[in-house]
Ligand binder design. Structure first.
Ligand code: PAF
Length: 280
């Protein structure tokens, strides 16, 4: 039987209310669809913590810049439903845009500080778009826990901040990045890569791992980052947006020897932008 799908907030809340009456805990896995094993792993993680799991499919227009890939972002709802059913989700919430942003919608959730640097600097408005839709999804579903991939590490920290600041009563859980065997982090945008670019793409993860090792060896983070950028250009990357070692919780700039740290990078191969990060 196909996995149940609801497209209205009333429908979502009615289903969750039934589960609450039965005493079930609820996990939420927000996604933009085009699902892969990384998303499936978040559903599986939710199932380990919660009796019921809702996955959302919504390509959020507010987190795309005017020159970004909103129009061509892959929309694969039938396949996504199969992936979610196989992973054990109980319900899909796939609202149309006017359910999420009805006429007159005027509110923007902006997480300043941690939302303004790195991704936030390269993609102005991106984290406000993410924070706005995630705040809405959390308030629509009011789950016990919500699950986000560590692949989007800064996004995870922005969401933790927003939940704390707005007193939203939900635990935010990070799931580990799922990678192909050659190290490339799974991402819906990997589908844009040509065969040649796909072969070059694992160089980003390899560069981050090398920076983490050099940093652990006491090398200045700016020096290690600059070396890695040179390597990425040599591999065929057209542009490196950033490749930095930062404090793992605040993403502030750090000195050699700082702990805990995280190496974060974003770089472009042709027209495809890849992001990744590793713990130090
Ligand atoms: O990570 C994503 O897929 C999106 O940014 C999210 C969290 C579903 C919000 O649209």
């Amino acid at each position: 039987m196909a996995l149940e799908i609801v497209r209205t907030i009333v429908g979502l809340r009615a289903r969750i209310a039934e589960w609450r009456v039965a005493g079930d805990t609820v996990g939420l896995v927000p996604t933009m669809g085009a699902l892969h094993r990384g998303h499936a792993s978040l559903v599986e993680l939710s199932r380990r913590h919660c009796r019921r799991t809702v996955a959302t499919l919504f390509v959020n227009p507010k987190q795309f810049g005017p020159r970004e890939d909103f129009a061509r972002y892959p929309r694969t709802e039938d396949n996504d439903r199969d992936v979610l059913a196989a992973a054990g989700a109980d319900l899909v919430f796939a609202p149309p845009t006017d359910v999420v942003y009805p006429t007159g919608f005027a509110t923007r959730v902006d997480v300043s500080g941690i939302g303004d640097i790195l991704e936030g600097q390269v993609r102005p408005g991106f984290f406000a778009g993410v924070a706005t839709v995630v705040a809405k999804l959390l308030l629509q579903a009011l789950p016990d826990r919500a699950f986000f991939g560590e692949k989007d590490y800064q996004q995870l920290l922005v969401i933790r901040r927003l939940v704390k600041d707005l007193d939203i009563p939900v635990a935010i859980e990070g799931g580990p990045t799922i990678r192909d065997r050659d190290g490339l982090a799974l991402s819906s945008r990997n589908a844009y890569l040509s065969a040649a670019e796909r072969a070059q793409a694992p160089a980003l993860h390899a560069a981050l791992v090398r920076v983490a090792t050099r940093f652990k060896d006491g090398v200045d983070p700016d020096v290690a980052g600059a070396e890695a950028k040179t390597e990425l250009f040599a591999t065929g990357f057209a542009f490196v947006d950033y490749l930095d070692v930062r404090d793992a919780e605040t993403l502030a700039a750090i000195q050699p020897g700082h702990c805990p740290a995280r190496v974060l990078g974003a770089a472009r191969l042709g027209t495809t932008r890849l992001i990744d990060n590793v713990a130090v």
